[in-house]
Design a protein around this ligand. Structure first.
Ligand code: ATP
Length: 310
């Protein structure tokens, strides 16, 4: 994430992520799932600005960062109350530190929701880092990580601003990986999204129906192949997502987007997180623009051309 100070305010760019691969290894007693996932940061951003308030108030306002965009996500009403992870992050940092300062936060939403691109988690991670600065708390990196893990599984990845990392546990154990070159992506988000909880529920049902054990399995050798792959073109052999069958059953548009991407020459494609957004890895910027134009013409969803971030 990038932080920019403007007078007494802080402006932060909170990036989206893509899961290049996501393996659900099993269900845990605490209701979460053991995962191994490779996450990469991409240059699609929410914009957050933080202005100090004298009292302990936390005030969140949300604007549509895509005003004027043909497919802006008008149907998505981002909550501004305690349901928003930004408010939860600010309250948690107040209660944990006894800090009696307040903040007015404005969020410009550009990362699509129910897309598997981690927008809510990135916003919350940005809030922890920004308030640590704004309120002069001087919390250590370890302390911020422990607060992040309490709020959700994807926040830890965003805290360190690693370009790419292998994440395990329920997603909160982060091991940075090497990324030697810029990766060119086309991202397509079907008009309808997918709720993470619903996708995991169907994943469970499908696993039970096929007689698979839900107990967490050990990682096998092939799960570590990512370590040896630092060329985006080599990644096509390891792109996979355990949640894809469930997501495709719940939202037929996911399958249609993936089919359309698979028709493209030289594009490695996959679904991110619990969907519904899908991505294609392209050879270079020109290739990505050409693929994106064809996706746009087919009207299968909203399309971004972007690169790996940080
Ligand atoms: P993930 O990849 O973590 O599953 P996602 O891309 O599917 O995330 P998000 O946009 O992160 O989806 O969040 C989805 C839900 O979280 C929405 O239903 C929304 O009500 C709630 N939410 C809480 N905080 C936020 C936030 N800051 N931005 C967007 N949604 C939020």
């Amino acid at each position: 994430m990038r932080i920019h100070r403007q007078g007494t305010c802080l402006n932060v760019l909170a990036p989206a992520k893509l899961n290049l691969s996501l393996q659900v290894l099993g269900e845990r007693p605490d209701g979460f799932h053991d995962l191994q996932t490779v996450m990469i940061s991409v240059r699609v951003f929410d914009l957050l600005s933080f202005r100090p308030l004298p009292e302990q108030d936390i005030h969140l306002s949300v604007g549509d960062g895509d005003i004027g965009h043909r497919h802006s996500q008008n149907s998505f009403a981002c909550p501004t109350d305690e349901r928003n992870l930004i408010v939860q992050a600010a309250r948690l940092i107040q209660s944990e530190t006894g800090c009696n300062q307040g903040v007015a936060i404005h969020l410009q939403k550009r990362i699509p929701s129910e897309a598997g691109m981690g927008g809510g988690s990135s916003d919350a991670a940005a809030t922890l880092v920004a308030l640590n600065h704004l309120w002069g708390l001087d919390l250590s990196r370890e302390r911020l990580h422990s607060l992040a893990a309490r709020l959700g599984s994807d926040l830890n990845f965003f805290l360190d601003s690693f370009p790419i990392a292998i994440c395990t546990g329920r997603g909160e154990k982060i091991e940075p990986a090497r990324l030697d070159s810029l990766v060119h992506f086309v991202i397509v988000k079907p008009r309808s999204g997918l709720a993470t909880g619903e996708v995991f529920r169907l994943w469970k049902q499908l696993s039970e129906d096929s007689g698979q054990s839900l107990n967490s399995r050990e990682l096998n050798g092939s799960d570590h192949r990512w370590d040896q792959l630092n060329s985006p073109l080599a990644w096509s052999s390891v792109i996979q997502n355990s949640l894809q069958p469930a997501a495709e059953s719940l939202n037929a548009d996911v399958n249609s987007v993936l089919l359309n991407l698979s028709y493209e020459d030289g594009v490695a494609s996959g679904m991110t997180g619990s969907g519904s957004a899908c991505f294609g890895i392209c050879r270079n910027a020109r290739h990505a623009r050409r693929v994106a134009a064809r996706m746009q013409n087919r009207g299968i969803g909203r399309v971004w051309v972007t690169t790996s971030g940080v």
